[in-house]
Design a binder for this molecule. Structure first.
Ligand code: ATP
Ligand code: MG
Length: 264
């Protein structure tokens, strides 16, 4: 599946601003793994996603996706296999285009087809069906411009866009952090449903420790450019929020310090 070995990344090497952001990262995801990732600010979580998606190239190490070496593959090519959502709901969609146009664009892009002028009825029906599953009433607003939607609605549509064609891996970088608690819950519910339905291999960075335990089958904790804990299997289901915080402290010798942290 996704195999990361000896990944390293240093920013501003050789200057006073030198920052080792990725310090020998190693892990392998199994197909269908849903990994939640927590860590302090600056731990390297987003950098890890930037390296996997090809936004940055690593200094050292290897990234294999389904056996293919993608370490040096350009970002636009990886985008066909890798879905990504950010904290900012404005990222990832075209605000002046309608919901159905946005869906059609990502659908055609991921299938490497040319974008036709009109949207085929068959595709429209598919979009309507998928939108209805979100349970946000968006199936009746397909001609509404994306820019008019709330942040939560946008994140839900972006999630659909990234999964219309099942990606080999889905990267979620605190995609609910900018939403109010009720909307964040809704988007998390939708995330859970889509990931489970299509059995998508997923990595989700979260500042919400409870969500890190509730969602997925595996939790990684990052600190100072390293994965300091990788918890899966039997032991994980017994863990409470405080246990995770204690484990973090034990491994890193400091408290988990994240300005957006939510403990419940
Ligand atoms: N483009 C860049 N140029 C220079 N330094 C960078 C760059 N991107 C990240 N860094 C540095 O690398 C380190 C890791 O940053 P990263 O954004 O991966 O952290 P994070 O774990 O996602 O933190 P947060 O919880 O705040 O989102 C930080 O010290 C950051 O300042
Ligand atoms: Mg980050």
């Amino acid at each position: 599946m996704l195999r990361i070995s000896h990944l390293k990344k240093t920013f501003n090497a050789g200057t006073v601003n030198e920052k080792v952001a990725m310090n020998d990262i190693n892990f392998t995801l199994n197909p269908g793994d849903f990994v939640t990732i927590i860590g302090s600010n600056g731990a390297g979580k987003s950098t890890l996603f930037n390296l996997i998606s090809g936004y940055f190239l690593s200094d050292e190490g290897k990234i294999l996706l389904d056996g293919q070496d993608i370490t040096f593959m350009p970002e636009y090519k990886r985008a066909k296999y890798i879905g990504r959502l950010f904290q900012d709901p404005l990222k990832g969609t075209a605000p002046s285009m309608t919901i159905e146009e946005n869906l059609a664009l990502s659908y055609s892009r991921s299938k490497s087809r040319f974008i036709s002028l009109g949207i085929k009825k068959k595709d429209k029906d598919l979009f309507r069906e998928r939108l209805a599953q979100l349970d946000l009433g968006l199936e009746d607003r397909m001609k509404t411009k994306m820019g008019l939607l709330s942040g939560g609605q946008r994140q839900a549509v972006t999630l659909l866009m990234s999964t219309l064609v099942v990606p080999k891996v889905l990267l979620l970088d605190e995609h609910t952090a900018a939403l109010d608690p009720a909307t964040a819950d809704k988007v998390l519910r939708i995330t859970k449903e889509i990931v489970a339905e299509k059995n998508i291999t997923t990595m989700m960075i979260t500042h919400n420790i409870q969500s890190a335990l509730d969602l997925g089958n595996r939790t990684m904790m990052m600190d100072s450019g390293k994965v300091i804990l990788d918890i899966k299997g039997e032991g994980r289901s017994q863990l409470q929020v405080q246990d995770l915080l204690d484990l973090f402290k034990k491994e890193s010798n400091k408290a988990l310090d994240n300005d957006r942290i939510l403990l419940s």
